[in-house]
Structure formats: structure tokens, C-alpha cells
Design a protein around this ligand. Structure first.
Ligand code: ATP
Ligand code: MG
Length: 615
């Protein structure tokens, strides 16, 4: 069964109530969005509203003038009297009103353009700022990621709603003024007009809702499409793509998923076309029926020719406007549904944050860190990754974490840096729970380079400066950090030195080798004025000589500071003061290199295994 069929099936079961309920419920998204629009550009919003209100009353004004002109002409031609005084003033007034319609229309377009750009900028900046505050665990949750994606793509894309809201104001005022004009002549005509357009409105909103449901259901598939498109065209995948002959596989998969999406969308669009057209015709029937009734009244002598002209114009205007009011309203409800994701995204609050009255990070740290019976389980996982982990790291101490893949080394670092909070137990810093400290302050005191560090497609200087962005313009400190991490040797070879653009995304960019990137990333850690330095497999891509040099420096530079090193290379690990062996989420043993070798445990076994290859 295709996705749409599932949706349709589900929708026949629960649609009638929940559908309407959801649709109206979604309108609660409109006020916060308007608040954002207002924040983005208050002046433009006010000007736009003023213009629209003025433009809204013009149609009635013009019809009233036309009515008087035609009645005057009728009197002149049928009774052969003189033109009444002020007749030409009326014609001039109509001309002025017509000019105003054109100018105000242009002004509205201008305001819309200005507003769209400001709103898009405002929303995107807010999304980026908010995303930066959220917990890491959020990003590892596919459901949240889908929402972020929808918020990002659709939230900023909803500028149409702003225009339509402006139009709605204008259409409502126009409709009310024209309706008042029609009601004065015949309330029944007005009633008939309304009855004929309601079904179309109901149909439009129903399909808007179905469209939304469909789009939500398609988000994972769209994400996969995006991913495949990137895989099929990116530099990172190009090597394997060619050598393993994956091009056909990726493009075939892309094609098949996008065909499914297309088929579902087309099916819905087809139904919308049929029902929408039928009900729109009903609206037109309403217009002509009331028009015919007006003609009948005029022929019967109940209306003047001017009044018939007025009525015809007002009926045409009102029926178009009522139709537009309903369809604009249903579009707004449609947009509002999509905005649910944006609003919900903004409502997500980080679970890891600084408490009110949090402590400043201790400077200097006197006792260091202590893991006390720490257990940890990733969200949505049942099996704990760490169980009852106990260890200390004191100021001036250099420890190393070793262990097989997937046993929890990186996780320990994530907990120490409060990217996650422990599930049970405590991590203490200077004897106080880590959660008591101000988060930003804590992070300022830690320099960490993860195994999957970022390679920014920016200049060398900016790549290093990301370690401490306040120092971005401090060339001296950037150089000093590069010198410490051996990145200086990489920079020397680059034609534009520190201003060299890295990566292949932008013009003039130069790509580096894995080890060269690693040296640049290491410079970030040195740029920070950190009391705790953590390097998670920082030398995996370094050649033997570089690795030796890097560690010699690391050892020198971290003297008196705390450092945590994660590495699979024992030549590196052995330089640490203390080695912790992580096995199945527990600390299996700890001690200095020689001590662990002597005890003949897991460490000695791993060391022997690696050493054997070198003999
Ligand atoms: N974000 C996550 N969500 C769920 N499970 C995770 C997440 N990150 C890691 N894990 C799981 O936790 C376990 C420990 O992962 P961790 O990254 O700490 O291992 P590691 O010891 O650093 O391994 P490696 O030597 O390969 O870097 C693994 O089994 C992994 O599957
Ligand atoms: Mg790891």
C-alpha cells in the first residue's frame, strides 16, 4: 500500500472531527508567526496594512461613483436635460480612484518584497540561534531531525502566508463594504452568494490538510532523497562512487523514491483538481444567478440602470472577494499547519543548561574531575553504554583511555563535557556536581577535539579560530596555536598562508590530507585557554614522525594541565601518567604503562598484540 493510501485510509477512520479540529487548532500558530513578522520589520508591516486598508475601500468607492455617473447619463439621454453640475468632477474622481488602485497595488508589492526578505532572514537567524542551544541528543534523534528539516525548509518558506494575511485583511474589508452596498439593495442576493462559495472553501481546506499530512509522511523519504542527491554529487563520495560503481545504485534509488513521492502528490493534486473545479463552478453559478435576478429587477423597473451597474460590479467584486476570502483563509490555515513544526521547534528547550545561580567554572581547578558510579544510557536505547564508571583525573595529570571500538571511550568524553548528562551517578568537578556549574563557563575551560572533528570550508585562519572565535583577528595567537599543533608546517606550503581557503566548496579552495586537517584541528585545542584538554584519537591520520612530534609537544604543552587522550596506538598511550582500560562500559583496569604490563591483564594483552606486528 502506498503512503498516500495509508494516509487516506487512516483519514477515513478519524478524519471528520480530528481533521477540522487540527485545522482550526493550527490557526493558533498564526499569532506567534505574526509576532515574528512584526519583530522582523515593524515599519513595513504598519505601512503595508495602511495601504491595504485604503486599497480595500476603493472598489466600493469606484462603484458608487460609476452608479451616479450612469444614472446622470441615463437622465440626460432619456429626458434630454442638461448635465448636472459637478458631473465631470465625478468622472475625474473615478479617474483618480483608478490611478490610486494601480499605485497602491504597486506599493503593496514593494512592501511584500521588503517584508519577505526581512522575515526570511529573521526566521533563519532565529532557527540557527535556537538550534545552537539544543542538546546533542536532539540531533541524534531522527524524528527531531525531521522536524528541524521541516522547520528549516518550510518555516522560512511560509512568507506566502504573510502576503496572504495582508490580502485577507484587504479582501475582508472589500467584501464587507461591497456586501453592505448589496445588502442595502437586496439582502437575499448577498445570502445566495455566500451559500454558493462555502462548499469550495470546505473542499480547499480539506485538501490543504491532506496535503500537509502527505508532506509530513514524506519527510523521511525527502530526507533520504536529499542524502542520495548529496552522495551522488559530492566530493567525499566521488572516489568510492567511481571505483565501486555505485552511481547507478544511488541514482536508481533516488529515482524510485522520487517517483513514489511524485505519484502520491499527483494523485492528491488530481482529486483536488476535480473537486476544486466542480465547486468553483458552483460559485460561478451563484454569481450569474444573482446577476440575472438583478437584471430581472431592473427590467421590472425596481432598479435604475446605475443601480444595476453598481449591483453587477458589486456582485462580481463581492463574489470574487468572498471566494478569495475563503481560499486565502484556507491557504493561511494550510500554511499554519506547516508552521506547527516551526513553532514546535522553537518550543523545544534544551535539557542540558545552566541552572539559575550556577557557579562559575573554577579557575584554577584544584581537585580535578571525578566520575562516581557513573552509568549512562543513550536516549531511546535500552542497554547502558557505561556502567558504574569510577575514576579521577587530578590537575596536572595526563590520562589515556584505551579499549576496543564501541566500548564507551568517546561517551565518557561526552559526559565529561556535558554534551550529555549522566543517567545515574555523578561527575564532580572540584568536589561539586558538574551540573552546578555554568555551562558556557565550563566549556570555556575545556579544549576538546573529537575524532569526527569539523573540516570547515573556510580559510586556515578561520579554521583555527573556531577553537576560540573571539581570537579570530588575533594573528599572533592563531600562529602560536598553529605552531604548537604543527599546523604551521602545513600552512607554510599553502600559497596564501593563513588566508588560504580550505576545502573544495568555494573558489580557490585547497583540500588537505587527513593528517594535515588533523593538525589544523589540533590548533583549535591549543588556541583555547583550557584547563582540560581532550584529544579523541587526534593522531589516527598522522604519520609516525608527526605523531611522535605531536605527542612530544602535547606532553610539554599540557604540563601542569589535565589532559585526556584517547588512542588506539600504544606508542602514544604509554606516554600518559595513567591509562584507563575501558571494556564494555566499565573501567576494567587502570595504572601506568609498566604497571599494567606487569599485571598481565587486558592492557598487556592488547599491547602485546600490537607490538607483535612491529617485531
Ligand atoms: N549517539 C548515540 N546514540 C546511541 N548510541 C550511541 C551513540 N553514540 C555511541 N553510541 C553507542 O555507544 C557505544 C559506545 O560508543 P563510543 O563512541 O563511546 O565508543 P568508543 O569507545 O569511543 O569507540 P571507538 O573506539 O570506535 O571510537 C557504542 O556501542 C555505540 O553504538
Ligand atoms: Mg570513540
Amino acid at each position: 500500500m502506498t503512503k498516500i493510501k495509508k494516509i487516506m485510509k487512516a483519514d477515513t477512520v478519524w478524519m471528520p472531527r480530528k481533521d477540522w479540529h487540527d485545522r482550526f487548532n493550527s490557526l493558533k500558530n498564526v499569532p506567534p508567526i505574526f509576532q515574528m513578522v512584526w519583530e522582523a520589520a515593524p515599519g513595513v508591516v504598519a505601512a503595508s496594512l495602511l495601504i491595504r486598508v485604503t486599497a480595500a475601500v476603493l472598489p466600493l468607492g469606484m462603484l458608487m461613483v460609476t452608479r451616479r455617473i450612469i444614472d446622470a447619463i441615463y437622465v440626460v439621454t432619456s429626458h434630454h436635460t442638461k448635465l448636472p453640475s459637478g458631473f465631470w468632477h465625478l468622472v475625474a474622481l473615478e479617474f483618480v480612484l483608478a490611478c490610486m488602485v494601480i499605485i497602491l497595488g504597486r506599493l503593496v508589492d514593494f512592501c511584500d518584497t521588503a517584508l519577505n526578505e526581512r522575515y526570511t532572514r529573521h526566521v533563519n537567524t532565529r532557527i540557527m540561534r535556537h538550534a545552537a542551544t539544543l542538546d546533542l541528543s536532539r540531533y541524534e534523534d531522527p524524528e527531531f531531525y525531521d522536524r528541524l528539516e521541516r522547520a528549516r525548509v518550510q518555516g522560512a518558506d511560509r512568507v506566502g502566508m504573510i502576503q496572504e494575511s495582508g490580502q485577507l485583511v484587504q479582501q475582508v474589508i472589500s467584501t464587507l463594504t461591497l456586501a453592505a452596498g448589496i445588502c442595502v439593495i437586496s439582502p437575499w442576493i448577498m445570502f445566495a452568494l455566500i451559500v454558493c462559495v462555502v462548499p469550495e472553501f470546505l473542499c480547499e481546506t480539506k485538501f490543504a490538510f491532506l496535503g500537509y499530512s502527505l508532506s509530513v509522511g514524506q519527510t523521511p523519504a525527502r530526507r533520504e532523497l536529499d542524502y542520495l542527491r548529496i552522495l551522488g554529487t559530492s566530493k567525499e563520495s566521488a572516489k568510492e562512487l567511481k571505483l565501486f560503481g555505485l552511481g547507478q545504485f544511488f541514482s536508481g534509488r533516488y529515482e524510485s523514491i522520487s517517483k513514489d513521492i511524485h505519484r502520491e502528490n499527483l494523485e492528491l493534486a488530481g482529486r483536488r483538481l476535480v473537486w476544486g473545479s466542480l465547486l468553483a463552478l458552483l460559485g460561478t453559478v451563484g454569481y450569474f444567478a444573482t446577476y440575472a435576478y438583478g437584471i430581472y429587477l431592473t427590467l421590472a423597473g425596481a432598479l435604475t440602470l446605475g443601480t444595476l451597474t453598481f449591483l453587477a460590479g458589486a456582485i462580481a467584486g463581492a463574489s470574487t472577494n468572498i471566494q478569495s476570502v475563503f481560499s486565502t483563509f484556507s491557504h493561511i490555515a494550510d500554511h499554519a499547519l506547516f508552521l506547527t513544526d516551526l513553532i514546535e521547534f522553537f518550543a523545544v528547550k534544551p535539557k542540558i543548561y545552566s541552572k539559575a545561580g550556577s557557579l562559575p567554572g573554577p579557575r584554577p581547578m584544584r581537585e580535578g574531575f571525578e566520575f562516581r558510579d557513573v552509568s549512562f544510557c543513550y536516549p531511546r536505547k535500552s542497554k547502558p553504554v557505561l556502567e558504574n564508571v569510577n575514576f579521577r583525573i587530578e590537575p596536572g595529570e595526563r590520562i589515556a583511555l584505551v579499549g576496543a571500538n564501541g566500548h564507551g571511550k568517546t561517551t565518557i568524553v561526552k559526559l565529561m563535557t556535558r554534551l550529555y548528562d549522566v543517567s545515574s551517578g555523578q561527575i564532580l568537578l572540584d568536589g561539586i556536581d558538574l551540573r552546578e556549574y555554568n555551562l558556557e563557563d565550563l566549556w570555556k575551560n575545556i579544549g576538546v577535539i573529537f575524532q569526527d572533528f569539523m573540516r570547515y570550508d573556510m580559510t586556515v585562519a578561520d579554521n583555527i579560530a573556531t577553537g576560540k572565535i573571539d581570537e579570530r583577528n588575533n594573528a599572533f595567537r592563531l600562529r602560536a596555536a598553529a605552531f604548537k599543533s604543527l599546523a604551521e608546517t602545513v600552512v607554510q606550503k599553502l600559497p596564501q598562508s593563513y588566508d588560504q581557503m580550505l576545502g573544495c566548496r568555494f573558489a580557490g579552495g585547497v583540500d588537505l590530507s587527513g593528517g594535515e586537517w588533523q593538525k589544523i584541528a589540533l590548533a583549535r585545542a591549543y588556541l583555547r585557554d583550557a584547563q582540560l584538554l581532550i584529544l579523541d584519537e587526534p593522531t589516527a591520520a598522522l604519520d609516525a614522525r608527526s605523531e611522535h612530534e605531536v605527542f612530544q609537544r602535547f606532553a610539554d604543552l599540557t604540563k601542569g594541565k589535565m589532559s585526556v587522550l584517547i588512542s588506539h596506538r600504544f606508542s602514544t598511550v604509554r606516554m600518559s601518567d595513567r591509562i584507563l582500560v575501558v571494556e564494555n562500559g566499565r573501567i576494567a583496569e587502570q595504572g601506568a604503562h609498566n604497571q599494567l604490563l606487569r599485571s598481565g591483564g587486558a592492557y598487556a594483552e592488547m599491547f602485546e598484540l600490537q607490538a607483535a606486528h612491529y617485531r
